[in-house]
Design a protein around this ligand. Structure first.
Ligand SMILES: [Zn+2]
Length: 419
């Protein structure tokens, strides 16, 4: 009988070869067996065995003949992009946004449900319902579940330390979901997942450093330094929403007074617009929302787009407050590329100019002159893709997705996280 240890080692090598071959086919798009053997430096026999196995599993298919080489035209192989799916859920944009994603990061299904309350148990049950529905919608085997959540998250042990909007404290979400679905689960802070998503798949990729500031219900940011997501010692890096910017401001839900969130977060803006509209009877906001309690962000945007001065002033003021936070980021990190995302992006150049102005008056001119601020709309997908990329890496050891190639430091980062 074969000794157990040797058997285990043989199995390990087989798995390693299989993943290496699969990853190479994935990276190349289309490739022949002979070319695979050259690229992987495995023998042709091994490659043939591994490929036969991958075809059996439905992960790889033959797609006919490639260009002829010395009279022989080899059969090409490619990864079957919908052979496995990933469930991705983003809990960060005021509703539960769930998707089915394929191996190239293409979204195949969407399910969106509003949060019925901020009761943690109710939110968890809604999450089960969304994941159940998504799983039922795809007949494909699943790689895992990627969750992007607001709040303080420890991704290494998969615990939500504190997510006020969801009513979760010290919730071992990864463990709970793994037990329920028997699938790998990756949990990430939404701003951090979003930053990694933008860094990896974003439209205008440049340089190894990036800060993404997301203004939603709350305000958070994700920091990529030297191609790596920077978590901080307690996984709270980028929590700029609770930096105090208004000394005599309002009480914040965190307990402090005058946090950035209280003036530039969604509720801060609505409150300031309500007060402004009340004080100014000629404001268009009176017509759009006769009852000041019915003013929403959409009302603000409508009034702003129609040229209402009250709405415009509040947005400019919001921009200057955000500029204070950006000035801090610039002063501490000197990162030259800053993306602003979330609903603020809808306010365009007026907001961006105000952020630039706020930043310039509070940071060294030499540093602020080199800093660019871009507005990027957020439909919730980028954070999902950031979380999914991590599952593809950890479960299949893929290094690329459709729209981009992960930089080597990011690969090391991801690999280090899943040991
Ligand atoms: Zn606060």
């Amino acid at each position: 009988m074969e000794p157990l240890f040797e058997k285990a080692t043989r199995q390990h090598t087989k798995n390693h070869n299989s993943r290496f071959v699969l990853r190479t086919i994935y990276d190349e798009g289309e490739i022949s067996r002979a070319e695979l053997a050259r690229r992987t430096e495995l023998t042709r026999t091994t490659v043939s065995e591994v490929v036969a196995n991958l075809i059996d599993q439905g992960l790889v298919e033959e797609i006919g003949h490639g260009p002829s080489l010395r009279g022989r035209s080899p059969i090409l192989l490619k990864v079957v992009e919908d052979s496995r799916h990933i469930i991705g859920v983003n809990l960060a944009n005021g509703s539960m946004h769930g998707t089915v994603i394929n191996l190239r990061g293409e979204i195949r299904q969407r399910v969106s449900k509003p949060f019925p309350s901020r009761d943690g148990d109710v939110v968890l049950k809604l999450l089960y319902a969304v994941v159940d529905e998504l799983i039922a919608s795809t007949g494909r085997p699943l790689i895992g579940i990627g969750i992007s959540s607001p709040g303080l998250i420890d991704p290494t042990i998969g615990i939500v330390r504190n997510a006020v909007n969801l009513g979760w404290q010290e919730l071992p979400l990864r463990q709970i979901l793994q037990a329920r679905y028997n699938l790998p689960v990756h949990l990430a802070n939404d701003s951090q997942a979003l930053a990694l998503g933008e860094y990896t798949f974003g439209q205008h990729r440049a340089g190894p450093n990036l800060v993404v500031i997301k203004v939603g219900d709350g305000i958070g940011s994700g920091i990529v330094l030297n191609g790596r997501l920077f978590h901080g010692d307690g996984y709270g890096a980028g929590e700029i929403g609770h930096v105090v910017v208004a000394e005599n401001g309002r009480q914040c839900r965190c307990g402090n007074v005058g946090c950035l969130e209280t003036v530039a977060g969604k509720y801060g803006i609505i409150r300031r617009v309500q007060e402004g509209a009340w004080a100014n009877p000629s404001s268009l906001l009176h017509q759009l929302a006769p009852d000041q309690d019915r003013i929403t962000l959409d009302t603000v945007l409508q009034a702003f787009e129609a040229g209402d001065q009250t709405a415009r002033q509040v947005i400019q003021e919001t921009g200057r407050y955000l500029g204070v936070a950006v000035a801090n980021v610039v002063g501490i990190l000197n990162v030259q590329r800053i993306l602003l995302t979330g609903w603020v992006a809808s306010f365009g150049e007026v907001l961006r100019d105000a952020v630039m102005q706020g930043m310039r008056t509070r940071s060294l001119p030499l540093l602020s002159e080199q800093t660019t601020i871009e507005l990027v709309p957020d439909n919730g997908d980028m954070a999902l893709l950031g979380a999914s990329a991590q599952l593809l890496m950890s479960e299949l050891e893929f290094a690329t997705l459709a729209r981009g190639r992960l930089a080597e430091p990011v690969l090391q980062e991801l690999a280090g996280r899943f040991v």
